[in-house]
Design a protein around this ligand. Structure first.
Ligand SMILES: [Fe+2]
Ligand SMILES: [Fe+2]
Ligand SMILES: [Fe+2]
Ligand SMILES: [Fe+2]
Length: 357
């Protein structure tokens, strides 16, 4: 698997084979198959798209372009709440609370002991000690998360005296528009992998939180939610600023269009063909359906970009409705932004699979 975080998750998914699928209609695809690998790869892309689009919405909002902010938000929410959730159903991501905690511990331990220490070593070797410091700090956080989940698993499995911890308190990082802080290709690739992992962790933990709540484990649900908040609003954003992910509205739209076109024209058609050839009809149908959605996303983002560059021209499409033309002054779009999103609601979904490109 090209996405490093997938390796431990594939093992966890094996443990989840006996559990009830997240969506009743979905016949699970067995772990270890290419189709299952593709489901996980698509989930990383959808989770990443969600996190990125919601942060792009913050940039648009700060520039005064509320119509564009709405487009980013609506699209991002579809990536998470529909696309990610449907893929997760076929991949049998959600199991029992014990299984979910075990999957989370495996992922956190991998990041704590292997992924982030390796990325820190790469950053040091490339002469970027500040980035090495960040990766080392994140490795420490993931160790805390693994320990917290371990205590929660003790609780749900009935270990005497065990209690569920409240979890880390997130330091909500600002969305800062700017260029990447490193030009080293290895560092940039590592940041991209890390962002996908953080977004995937957020999306997965929110599904696990719902499952815990639905099965009468509110403390476990709260721990998953608290940890998800750290992944999404602290870890992901710190890495995104280093990677130069956030641009002005026009740059962000171009980035989105590129990703959506890749998914609709290349990634999902290839995944659908593979799944159909292997006999996984439901997965093939879902990949095909998502390809259609991504085409609509690309079209809507292109219309929004046209509206930015030609203020009197096309209007922004928002979920079938026609929004008011974008009238934000272009000058505002290039302002450096420092946004603190302290009260951002946790909901959500996805996109891009840069790691596989
Ligand atoms: Fe999507
Ligand atoms: Fe974590
Ligand atoms: Fe993290
Ligand atoms: Fe999309």
């Amino acid at each position: 698997m090209r996405i490093q975080r997938l390796a431990p998750l594939i093992g966890c998914a094996v443990a989840a084979m006996m559990c009830v699928p997240a969506t009743a209609w979905a016949a699970p695809v067995p772990p270890g198959t290419t189709t299952h690998d593709n489901l996980l790869a698509a989930m990383h892309g959808e989770a990443f798209a969600y996190a990125k689009y919601l942060d792009f919405a913050e940039v648009a909002k700060a520039s005064g372009n509320t119509a564009l902010a709405d487009l980013f938000t609506q699209t991002g929410n579809q990536e998470l709440n529909e696309h990610y959730a449907e893929l997760a159903g076929l991949a049998s991501l959600v199991g029992t609370n014990e299984q979910n905690l075990t999957a989370a511990i495996t992922g956190e331990t991998y990041e704590h002991t292997t992924m982030y220490p390796g990325f820190a070593a790469d950053a040091t070797a490339s002469g970027v000690p500040k980035l090495a410091e960040l990766f080392t700090e994140l490795a420490g956080d993931e160790g805390v998360h693994a320990a917290d989940y371990g205590l929660a698993r003790d609780f749900v499995t009935g270990v005497t005296g065990a209690a569920v911890p409240a979890g880390q308190v997130a330091h909500v990082e600002p969305v800062v528009v700017g260029a990447a802080k490193t030009t080293d290709k290895t560092n940039l690739a590592n940041l991209n992998t890390a962002m996908h992992g953080e977004a995937f962790a957020y999306a997965s933990y929110m599904l696990y939180a719902k499952a815990a709540k639905d099965t009468g484990q509110p403390a476990v649900s709260a721990l998953f939610t608290a940890t998800a908040t750290v992944e999404r609003y602290e870890h992901f954003r710190e890495e995104a600023v280093w990677a130069g992910l956030y641009g002005d509205n026009a740059a962000n739209l171009k980035d989105c269009i590129s990703g959506e076109l890749y998914e609709t024209q290349t990634m999902y058609p290839a995944f659908a063909a593979q799944a159909r050839a292997a006999g996984y009809t439901q997965a093939a149908d879902l990949f095909t359906e998502l390809a259609g959605d991504e085409a609509l996303h690309a079209k809507a983002f292109q219309a929004a970009l046209d509206a930015l560059t030609k203020p009197a021209g096309p209007t922004i499409e928002t979920g079938g409705a026609i929004a008011a033309p974008d009238s934000a002054p272009l000058a505002l779009m290039s302002l450096a932004l420092v946004l603190v999103s302290a009260g951002v609601a946790l909901a959500g979904v996805r996109r891009r699979i840069r790691v596989t490109r």
